[in-house]
Design a binder for this molecule. Structure first.
Ligand code: SF4
Ligand code: SF3
Length: 535
């Protein structure tokens, strides 16, 4: 195996096993599935030209690519099933365009068993990429990882009924573009920016999916302590799974808690209406081994990030695209096994009080107080906004983000999103004239909301986003962050600070390009960066 798609990668790339816990076989099956998904996309593009589109093919491409995102699925058996489904869909679609001719991954026949598939997959790993130019390779891998993020957003939105045929078509075309060895540097850059543009539309669909189904998030105070009694913990990012579980647990004497990226779900009217949505438990994904082991109830993983379960393997359930070998996988929509497990466990023996945090400052909530915010900027009460957002992770260098927020002057406001916020989410930063200094916009899936806030501020001040008193200080871990970064570049946003380390798949020349054109900078120290930004 060779994998360097996430920030946690071993020096130069994971080769024997993933730092994330991904086995060599899993990584190799993921490579094969990704390659075959490009073959399915080739057929889908040809079919589209003939006026044939297939809804299941569109959904499958997104699901299969999302399955290969970091910390989603570690179960070889599930990848074997996906590989078989991919080829079956491809052949069925080919039959609907009898005149078309295909090559490459559109004609690969999969081996019969797991060992054969792993042997086959070795040919399609990133180390065997036929692209020989290191900078082109770097840009194409950036594109590939960005597309994994797009696939995640497309899938999330589709689960709630929001799809756009143009987004499916673009995702498939860009997947196929990564196969070409004829692209110039300029074409590769353009493809990466197009990925960013497609991602904006995918995130817009997801925003519409979430807000039309569950209402606009409202500023909400969330308890961090526990309530005596039976308990289920929900992690990942999927709102529909949480809604379904809340419905299915109503009146059963079970309290439901959010974990990690599910925290902002507590701010949606149609989710917060459930009285047994009792609060938030724990912090970001990399702390789950400790936090899940101590949780006295059942645990449901709806999407990334899952880690190898330890003592709690019997208590953890996966659903949707998530998988861990040995953990019980339940279909979306019927969480009976999770509920039965929770009822069989002790639950919390007593109430505990660990204070509260605020969430729910998504675009609608922030824009509803836009006049106050604009007034505070004009009067000088608010000097600067920082968007300190992105993924969390295990690296010690991520303390930078905690320190940065702690050291940000009292006349600055911190917008945050994604699981990186757990480095500082419970800090009491006070307010500026009633505007909280720490505003949780939502999940990584809500980056669209943050972009809309920035665009609205730019409009109000009649300037470009780059001219606002706003700085982006981002942390990345997995590939949704790559997609978001490409979206920000596609919007022309400059001066982004990125950490805790730069992607291993970026070559020095590509980095120089990013610095020259977008003034991207790696994070340094909180003191130095604050000084450079605020002068
Ligand atoms: Fe390594 Fe990250 Fe790939 Fe896991 S996903 S194998 S940690 S680079
Ligand atoms: Fe976090 Fe996995 Fe990226 Fe959703 S939960 S931001 S890392």
């Amino acid at each position: 195996m060779f994998c360097y798609q996430c920030e946690q990668t071993a020096k130069g790339g994971c080769t024997k096993a993933g730092v994330c816990g991904k086995a060599d076989s899993t990584a190799t099956l993921q490579d094969l599935l990704l390659h075959l998904t490009k073959g399915l996309s080739q057929v889908a593009i040809a079919a589209r030209k003939e006026g044939v589109t297939d809804a299941r093919v569109n959904r499958f491409v997104a699901e299969a690519v999302f399955s290969t995102l970091t910390n989603v699925n570690f179960d070889d058996a599930r990848f074997v099933t996906l590989i078989k489904e991919c080829v079956a869909l491809r052949e069925a679609l080919k039959a609907r365009v009898p005149g078309a001719a295909f090559d490459g991954p559109a004609v690969i026949q999969p081996a019969a068993d797991l060992d054969g598939l792993v042997a086959q997959g070795r040919q399609y790993g990133v180390e065997n990429d036929p692209e020989t130019d290191p900078d082109l390779r770097s840009l194409k891998h950036t594109l590939t990882y960005g597309l994994k993020g797009v696939a995640a957003y497309v899938d999330h939105a589709a689960i709630l009924g929001q799809e756009d045929e143009k987004v499916h078509a673009s995702l498939q075309e860009l997947l196929v573009a990564t196969l070409s060895t004829d692209l110039t540097l300029a074409q590769c850059v353009e493809a990466a920016l197009e990925c960013g543009r497609v991602n904006i539309r995918a995130m817009e669909l997801l925003d519409a999916a979430n807000t039309t189904t569950y209402g606009h998030p409202e500023p909400t105070e969330v308890r961090l302590g526990a309530t005596r009694g039976k308990a289920i913990l929900v992690s990942g990012h999927d709102l529909k799974d949480l809604a379904t579980l809340l419905r299915q647990t109503e009146g059963k004497g079970i309290n439901v808690y959010t974990h990690g990226e599910m925290l902002p779900c507590t701010a949606y009217p149609e989710l917060k209406k459930y009285k047994h949505l009792a609060g938030h438990y724990g912090t970001a994904w990399q702390n789950q081994k400790k936090e899940f082991a101590e949780f006295p109830g059942a645990i449901l993983m709806t999407t990334n990030c899952i880690q190898k379960p330890t003592t709690y393997l019997e208590n953890i359930f996966t659903t949707g695209l998530v998988g861990w070998p040995g953990a019980v996988h339940v279909p979306n929509g019927d969480f009976t096994p999770v509920i039965e497990k929770a009822l069989s466990m002790d639950g919390f023996p007593a109430d505990t009080d660990k204070g509260t945090v605020m969430t729910g400052f998504a675009r609608n909530a922030v824009m509803s107080v836009a006049d106050t915010v604009i007034g505070a900027v004009k009067s000088g009460d608010i000097r600067h906004f920082f968007l300190v957002g992105g993924c969390d992770g295990a690296k010690p260098g991520r303390n930078y983000y905690t320190e940065f927020v702690e050291k940000a002057p009292k006349d600055t406001v911190i917008l945050t999103l994604a699981c990186g916020k757990f480095r500082f989410f419970d800090k009491k930063l006070g307010d500026i004239g009633g505007i909280p200094r720490l505003l949780d916009v939502g999940q990584c899936n809500d980056a669209y909301s943050a972009v809309q806030i920035a665009l609205a501020l730019a409009k109000a001040f009649d300037c470009g986003v780059n001219d606002l008193p706003l700085s982006l200080v981002l942390s990345w871990y997995e590939q949704k962050a790559v997609a978001i970064l490409l979206s920000l570049l596609a919007l022309g946003i400059r001066d982004i600070r990125l950490g805790p380390s730069l992607p291993a798949f970026i070559t020095p020349n590509v980095l120089s390009y990013l610095v020259e054109n977008y003034n991207i900078a790696p994070i340094s120290t909180p003191d130095e960066d604050l000084k450079a930004i605020l002068g």
